[in-house]
Design a protein around this ligand. Structure first.
Ligand code: SF4
Ligand code: SF4
Length: 394
């Protein structure tokens, strides 16, 4: 590749990063920033003769909280004594702690923003799904869609909610307080339903960080989006997925053992709320952004908890990349243009199919139009289809 193409790539990359971080600084200072923290355990004062109302006043607990914790039917029940309820002090303290955690979660959310974000997600995903079905996403259009997606869902609407955050925060909250936050579980169900519907197409077109990494990767590609301007590598799936699984297990174990969220120290979604990034966060983010030039979606393939969970759900997806072997000429152009190793595994129907991000590159590359983003199971290639080609090449 020419020197000027390389310089152009570096400039575009730096510009994109600076603009995303700069605009995110500006936008986050205009949205109401609410800090999502799990409250510390409160030490409570108990006296057997106390009524619930007195217990609440002494410990600064609202009547609503007391009603939830003691499952009261009406406010009159606040005059009953704490000892009337067959609950130990530890049990009461635990129930209060859990109720406070749910209350804090609720209060930390910007519900208007969440509704707007989900509505826009459905619009953008609807458009992307339509274009994928028609096999019409060309390289220039892909970049524009990524730019729109990361600007709307990341820069303007912020880091939260995200598919990654729903998995991570659900684990952290359950590990720390033994509770689930119902709205988060609804969001997670919706994200997983999208994977069930159409592979990782949410990750491809809706995830703010996924689209940012993808755009960076495409900036470092030639005009036809086939080859890296700086050399790009396809890491073996066995390596990336092993790292992702180990990271997931470590994260979960640490959350349960010490109530520590290790993702929080490195969370690259914080690029959309830069004021909250610490030293470790900046170091990790810079490595991730630079790595995205050379490796396809490094965060998604090696670290993202949703990426891992989604990979399992992908196995049952209704819509996915499929090959028609009756017309396929076994040229393997699709596998070459695919930014990761997945098209090769799909094409040859290998046992383990890696993550397909439904980017659509293979759809437009196939010279015989044998690839579709279609409904149903994938076919198997006729025996020897690709071996013959290999022998011919030799
Ligand atoms: S796998 Fe990537 S695209 Fe999907 S949720 Fe995680 S960060 Fe986003
Ligand atoms: S197989 Fe590869 S090129 Fe095709 S949609 Fe999936 S990730 Fe993109």
């Amino acid at each position: 590749m020419t020197k000027s193409a390389k310089i152009k790539t570096i400039i575009q990359f730096l510009l994109l990063c600076v603009v995303v971080i700069g605009l995110s600084y500006f936008v986050t200072s205009t949205w109401v920033q609410k800090k999502e923290t799990i409250p510390e355990k409160q030490s409570l004062i108990f006296e057997k003769s106390m009524t619930l109302a007195e217990f609440g006043r002494t410990n600064r607990l609202s009547n609503e909280m007391l009603q939830k914790v003691f499952e009261l039917k009406d406010k009159e029940a606040l005059q009953r004594q704490v000892s009337d309820f067959q609950l130990t002090e530890e049990r009461i303290a635990k129930k209060i702690e859990q109720a406070q955690a749910i209350e804090a979660e609720h209060g930390s959310k910007n519900w208007q923003k969440i509704v707007v974000k989900f509505s826009l997600w459905f619009v953008i995903l609807g458009i992307s799904f339509y274009l994928l079905r028609r096999g019409k996403i060309l390289p220039g259009m892909r970049k524009v869609l990524y730019l729109i997606s990361l600007t709307v869902f990341g820069v303007i609407l912020g880091a939260d909610p995200s598919a990654m955050g729903t998995v991570k925060d659900a684990i952290v909250l359950f590990a720390g307080k033994g509770v689930i936050f119902p709205p988060r579980m609804i969001a997670l169900t919706l994200f997983l339903l999208l994977v069930f519907l159409a592979n990782k197409f949410f990750c491809a077109w809706g995830c703010q960080l996924g689209t940012l990494q993808d755009l960076i990767f495409r900036i470092n590609r030639n005009k036809k989006d086939r080859k890296g301007i700086f050399r790009q590598v396809k890491l073996p799936f066995v390596v990336t997925n092993t790292i992702r699984m180990v990271f997931f297990v470590l994260f979960t174990m640490i959350a349960f053992a010490w109530t520590v969220d290790i993702v929080d120290f490195i969370d690259p979604f914080k690029i959309f709320k830069p004021a909250m990034i610490g030293v470790s966060g900046w170091a990790f983010l810079i490595v991730m952004l630079v790595a995205s030039l050379f490796v396809y979606r490094p965060w998604c393939s090696m670290f993202c908890p949703f990426g891992l969970v989604g990979w399992f759900v992908e196995k049952a997806s209704l819509f996915r990349i499929k090959v028609n072997y009756d017309t396929c000429i076994a040229c393997e152009s699709c596998a070459k243009v695919c930014p990761s190793t997945v098209m090769e595994t799909i094409l040859k129907r290998e046992k383990t199919i890696s993550d397909c991000f439904s980017c659509g590159s293979c759809l437009t590359e196939c010279p015989s139009g044998s690839i579709t983003f279609g409904y149903g199971k994938r076919q198997f290639p006729p025996a020897g289809k690709f071996e013959k080609k290999q022998t011919a090449k030799k």
